[in-house]
Design a protein around this ligand. Structure first.
Ligand SMILES: [Zn+2]
Length: 274
């Protein structure tokens, strides 16, 4: 099999990993992201891939995990918090620079794919991967494939309203997206820090995930991002979500990530299949 290279295009660093068909890590490298400079960012990815191929002495496939998504209408980057990418033909420019087809996906989708292929959701039909970090994102993998959807936003639950708001949730916080009471305003890392009440956080997470279970009915929900390191979530939240799920039993498993911080970059590599 051709070796798989994954690149995680983050706001502060660009990380590369090379995997063999068993998922073993052959090489890893990271460099700081050129700040606010789109052309330099493309060149930095090219330099990283060239370095890896020289080291491995072979040509590889390249998958890229990125913030935001490619617009279905224009092919250009949208919804990215690394704003210098927005409006650019990132896929076209990377393909020119690397002289091959590249596959790009949202970083939350890469996280979900990594955990579905050989992580906490291995062998499960439907996996919902959740990022609980600076922001709240998500990705859906069905039978080992990322679900994208006609708007390229499948799994983006962070800007839905928190279901069944209670007194303690009011007044609904303003969100940067222009709405009020978005899930992200309650469940992001900064939101937990502000509120500083873990029991309330778990109850809100349970309500929000129950909304996902009622629609998608995933076999496994994998948590990622900084908040996924809180061990009590995995015991408490599945108890707390029961009253909100429209079923006599809830078989959905809530699991911590197997690959931790490496999931984004591993998932990018698996965009070319295992
Ligand atoms: Zn919002």
């Amino acid at each position: 099999m051709t070796l798989r290279v994954g690149v995680d295009l983050g706001g502060s660093k660009i990380e590369l990993i090379a995997l063999d068909e068993s998922g073993a890590e052959l090489l890893r490298s990271r460099i700081p992201t050129p700040q606010g400079n789109y052309g330099a960012t493309v060149q930095a990815v090219k330099a990283l891939v060239s370095y890896a191929e020289a080291k491995l002495d072979t040509k590889t496939t390249v998958g890229i995990g990125m913030p935001g998504a490619l617009s279905r209408a224009t092919g250009l980057v949208k919804n990215a918090n690394s704003t210098c990418l927005i409006g650019h033909d990132l896929k076209g420019d990377l393909e020119k620079a690397l002289d091959r087809e590249v596959r790009l996906a949202n970083d939350a989708n890469c996280f979900a794919l990594s955990e579905a292929v050989d992580g906490a959701g291995k062998g499960a039909e439907v996996v919902f991967g959740v990022i609980l970090g600076t922001g709240v994102g998500g990705g859906i993998v069905v039978h080992g494939r990322v679900l994208e959807g006609p708007n390229a936003i499948a799994g983006e639950w962070g800007h839905n309203p928190l279901p069944s708001p209670r007194k303690q949730d009011l007044p609904l916080p303003d969100c940067y997206c222009g709405r009020k009471g978005c899930i992200e305003t309650f469940l992001s890392g900064p939101a937990l820090k502000r509120d500083n009440d873990r029991a309330r956080y778990e109850e809100r997470l349970a309500r929000a995930l129950a909304g996902v279970i009622n629609i998608l009915d995933p076999h496994v929900i994998v948590l990622g991002g900084g908040i996924s390191n809180i061990p009590s979530l995995y015991a408490n939240v599945p108890v707390l979500w029961r009253p909100y799920v429209f079923s006599d039993r809830v078989e959905t498993r809530l699991a911590p990530p197997v690959h931790g911080d490496s999931s984004g970059v591993r998932g990018a590599a698996w965009l070319w299949g295992r």
